[in-house]
Design a protein around this ligand. Structure first.
Ligand code: 5GP
Length: 198
């Protein structure tokens, strides 16, 4: 790739957070206000939650189909999280980045590590809840998971929080509006650094 092509390429933002930390709410607002930032929809084998739309929230795939695509090399990375498979399809990233559009994806810590190993360049952001108590309260309030699934998500949250230092930026999502502003500032700083449009 020439220097010029590299300079024109979009930036990739990778966001990780324990479930319930509120990354969804932050990204929803940031994406709504920024036409140059697009969301890479992950694929998963888990069942859709109420209100989730196939192709918007996730590409919901049967396990056989997920496996077929893994074998066909269609994923940039994939991992097993909370007992289900999740992965990023190349098709969600390449065309947009080549066209100079910035892309944001949300993946877990294992996914972030795979991207590093694959040699991809990206800006990494970890969204943390203010405390474990608050995280658990949010998961219960969301009502999407039963007690066992919540316990599993809380155990995973503890492991994930231990690895927050591996990220370039950490946002503590206490007041949502402030967390959104923090995220937007990270995007602006990256664009300034790359000399791209705001
Ligand atoms: P949820 O089931 O709550 O939507 O997501 C559970 C976890 O899967 C979250 O930690 C989320 O970051 C992770 N996840 C979602 N999409 C991907 C993906 O494409 N790759 C990886 N490695 N993890 C993902």
């Amino acid at each position: 790739m020439s220097e010029r092509d590299r300079a024109m390429r979009g930036s990739l933002f990778v966001v990780s957070a324990p479930s319930g930390a509120g990354k969804h709410a932050i990204l929803e607002q940031v994406l709504a206000h920024d036409p140059n930032l697009q969301y890479a929809v992950s694929a998963t084998t888990r069942q859709p939650r109420e209100g989730e739309v196939d192709g918007e929230d996730y590409h919901f795939l049967e396990p056989d189909e997920f496996r077929r695509r893994v074998e066909a090399g269609e994923f940039v990375e994939w991992a097993e999280v909370h007992g289900h498979c999740y992965g990023t399809l190349r098709s969600e990233l390449e065309k947009r980045l080549d066209a100079g559009t910035d892309v944001v994806m949300q993946i877990d810590v294992q996914g972030m590590e795979s991207l590093k190993e694959a040699g991809l360049e990206f800006v990494s952001v970890f969204v943390a809840a203010p405390s474990f108590e608050e995280l658990e309260r949010r998961l219960r309030k969301r009502g999407a998971d039963g007690p066992e699934a919540i316990a599993l998500r809380m155990r995973n949250a503890r492991h994930e929080m231990e690895r927050r230092d591996e990220y370039g930026h950490v946002i503590v999502n206490d007041v949502l509006e402030e967390a959104i502003a923090d995220f937007e500032e990270i995007v602006r700083a990256e664009r300034r650094r790359g000399g791209r449009r705001e």
